[in-house]
Design a protein around this ligand. Structure first.
Ligand code: BGC
Length: 245
């Protein structure tokens, strides 16, 4: 089955048709910079452009950087505040003329890694952390997702963790990999003490460069980079939009 996967981020909106049998992109993905301000009408226009680029007529899955409850954005951390209370699935459905399923972006990336990547077949407690504009988290217990965990907003050294340890924070503060890695390690250490996971999967943009910061991580449990890298969000969004899913 083929579904258009879309990953809305704080800096870019990415999408591609996905073949669910293998969890692979069918065409090269398209990235369009996130409009500023990133209000619902502007982002809906970009999503419409993206679907039009692929001449898409079929189901769409969309990962979104917010707590998403039954298709509705409940928070807005790295997008315009006016998203809170917006029915993402309805809005993008009207914009594209296609059925849309919306979910949290980190949850989408986690679903993809559990199905096709680093978490495949893994039981127990698995925590996927995506490093990007924010810090996203997805928790799986015996392969089942606990949605909308939002742990990037936990307090770390008196600040929200993602303010100090996201990918955007590393670039904003011009941090060395060691300094940033030590901050990120403090975040993982907090998660480990609270949840005692069996496995951490580290994804998002920085996962491509995991060799630069994994040496500074001291967590006790197994820790691996995501395998689907930056495509996980697109693939997982498509997976979540399976008509029977
Ligand atoms: C948001 C999450 C999102 C994460 C990664 C955070 O700021 O609150 O919903 O998953 O960023 O984009």
């Amino acid at each position: 089955m083929e579904i258009l996967g879309i990953d809305v981020g704080g800096s870019g909106i990415k999408g591609a048709p996905v073949a669910l049998e293998k969890g692979e992109l069918l065409e090269e993905r398209l990235r369009i910079p996130t409009p500023q301000p990133s209000d619902p009408a502007s982002v809906a226009q970009t999503v419409q452009d993206l679907a039009a680029h692929f001449a898409w007529r079929g189901p769409i899955g969309c990962g979104f950087p917010a707590a998403v409850q039954h298709g509705v954005a409940r928070t807005a951390a790295n997008v315009d505040d006016s998203w809170v209370g917006t029915d993402i699935a309805l809005l993008f459905g009207e914009a594209t003329g296609c059925p849309v399923r919306a979910l949290n972006d980190a949850d989408a990336a986690g679903l993809a890694e559990m199905a096709y990547g680093a978490g495949r077949g893994r039981l127990g407690t698995v925590i996927m952390v995506t490093i990007g504009t924010g810090l996203g988290t997805a928790i799986f217990i015996d392969g089942r997702l606990l949605p909308n965990t939002e742990l990037g907003h936990l307090e770390l050294d008196g600040h929200e963790a993602e303010i100090r340890a996201s990918g955007a924070a590393r670039k904003r503060d011009g941090l060395s990999w060691k300094t940033w890695g030590t901050r990120f390690d403090a975040f993982l250490g907090t998660l480990e003490r609270l949840f005692w996971p069996d496995l951490f999967i580290i994804g998002g943009g920085a996962s491509k460069k995991h060799d630069k910061f994994f040496p500074y991580l001291n967590v006790g449990c197994e820790i691996v980079p995501a395998q689907l890298r930056n495509d996980a969000g697109i693939i997982g969004a498509a997976l979540a939009a399976q008509p029977h899913g």
